[in-house]
Design a protein around this ligand. Structure first.
Ligand code: GLN
Length: 467
């Protein structure tokens, strides 16, 4: 079965009865069946659950002529990072601590997707507790990159990215605390979207670092990314940081200016990546969009700030997994979680708080100010996502500091709470995907989507599939 790239095309086919929602579920289940043994993208497959939902939706399509209008994601078969609570479906955060944990309720995002007609096909593998950049930290084994299974697919939302890249689901939900959507998107040739902080509710998602966590998703097209965002965003009354922003559409004829931050094209960036990212920028230039150099002078501190603020929040959030209320006892925590609990506790402890956490929060303000200054003269920033190509499984897993450096271009967006859209930009000589990201000021999602759609209209990288 050949499934089109975008949800509007799938929905057309469904209405014309070229195939049914049940056929779609059959298709994805058979793909999971053949590919998951190699890729390890899914931790739980919800076949019965998906069939029941698909049958229900097929009836809706037959009975209700306005079905597509009423259910904007009708027929979209999705996978969900195993860190979103799903009522009655095991949710592990890829940690042995929650090996057999079955939640009593679903996260807001999952509820919203289902009410919009999406079909959940399973829960995806990730770095345990979303700690990682490669997908290797999962207590249930590493996820493999479908473009070359000796390589990592990027993390922490590894299984979500792979499930979309390999056609095991149509779209997937991930979380981005320091790059965990944008990085695996760029390592697997899919579109990854991280919203503005506080626009999509975090309710019912196992917290990593509460001031950085953003709920986003993976798709093949920007058009679909925008559709999912329209469904997941907005106040739910259960996450007090969420605001109802009234988004206005941007006119496709608007004149845009894109900034290229000089600190993101400095020493340490792979020449092959630089070349592809600059080629992507040229696509915008050919459309008449002006490119200008901008400076984000505090970029060099972003990793240090992130690796103080984030473990501090992690150490607090993981405190609830004491073996009394949820799951197994603390011995089941893996190395990386223990490392972050210790680091976080240290930077928050009396005597060290001012020197580390307090200082990091001050520098975080400077990182935010950098972006505010840059966005006074440009509509978006274009940058690489990762300094290096996907690396080999095992290459960095014994060296946490090397692994942390993979986040060098992604964490600043989380510190500043701004949105980011990662897009496919081509392949390396060795056939591995390369991505770039567009960053915008808070609430500038319509601009990022507009630019992303313009880019996908003139490029076809996103249509390429791993063989
Ligand atoms: N790689 C980063 C980390 O390990 C980001 C994780 C994330 O975004 N969840 O902290």
């Amino acid at each position: 079965m050949n499934i089109p790239l975008s949800i509007s095309e799938v929905q057309n086919d469904l209405v014309q009865k070229k195939y049914s929602c049940v056929n779609l579920v059959e298709h994805y289940l058979s793909e999971i069946n053949t590919q998951n043994k190699t890729l390890n993208a899914f931790l739980t497959v919800t076949d019965e659950y998906a069939y029941t939902k698909a049958k229900e939706l097929d009836r809706v399509i037959t009975d209700n002529p306005h079905a597509i209008k009423e259910f904007p994601l009708l027929g979209m078969v999705v996978s969900i990072k195993d860190i979103y609570l799903t009522k009655g479906i095991r949710t592990t955060a890829a940690s042995k601590v929650l090996e057999s944990f079955v939640p009593q309720y679903s996260s807001t995002v999952v509820e919203r997707l289902e009410s919009a007609g999406a079909i959940i096909i399973g829960k995806t593998n990730c770095d345990a507790w979303a700690h990682g950049a490669s997908g290797e930290n999962s207590d249930f084994g590493a996820t493999k990159n479908p473009w070359n299974t000796e390589f990592v697919p990027g993390g922490s939302s590894s299984g979500s990215a792979v499930s979309v890249a390999s056609g095991l689901s149509f779209a997937s939900m991930g979380t981005d605390t320091g790059g965990s959507i944008r990085l695996p998107a760029s390592f697997t040739n899919v579109v990854g979207f991280k919203p503005t902080y506080g626009v999509v509710p975090r309710y019912g998602v196992i917290s990593m670092a509460s001031s950085l966590d953003s709920m986003g998703h993976f798709t093949k097209t920007v058009e679909d990314s925008e559709k999912i965002f329209a469904v997941t965003r907005g106040v739910d009354g259960r996450d007090s940081t969420v605001v109802n922003h009234s988004y206005k559409a941007v006119s496709p004829t608007q004149k845009f200016r894109i900034g290229m931050p000089k600190e993101y094209f400095a020493k340490g960036l792979s020449p092959e990546i630089e070349q592809k990212v600059r080629a992507a920028a040229q696509e915008f230039e050919k459309m008449g969009i002006e490119l200008v150099e901008v400076s984000l002078p505090h970029t060099k501190y972003a990793i240090s700030v992130y690796y103080i603020v984030q473990p501090a929040e992690v150490s607090s959030n993981l405190g609830r997994f004491d073996g009394i209320r949820f799951g197994n006892n603390r011995d089941s925590f893996g190395e990386e979680a223990k490392r972050r609990i210790m680091l976080g506790t240290y930077v928050l402890s009396s005597g060290y708080y001012d020197a580390y956490y307090g200082k990091a929060m001050k520098v975080r303000s400077l990182v935010i100010k950098d972006f505010d200054d840059a966005f006074s003269s440009v509509d978006a920033i274009l940058a690489p996502v990762s300094p290096s190509l996907p690396f080999k499984i095992g290459e960095k897993s014994d060296d946490p500091l090397q692994m942390y450096l993979a986040d060098i271009y992604t964490v600043a967006a989380n510190l500043a709470g701004i949105p980011g859209l990662a897009l496919p930009a081509g392949f390396s000589e060795s056939g591995l995907p390369i991505g770039f990201q567009l960053l915008g000021k808070r609430f500038s999602e319509p601009t990022l989507f507009e630019l992303g759609k313009k880019y996908q209209a003139v490029t076809d990288w996103h249509t390429k599939k791993p063989s």
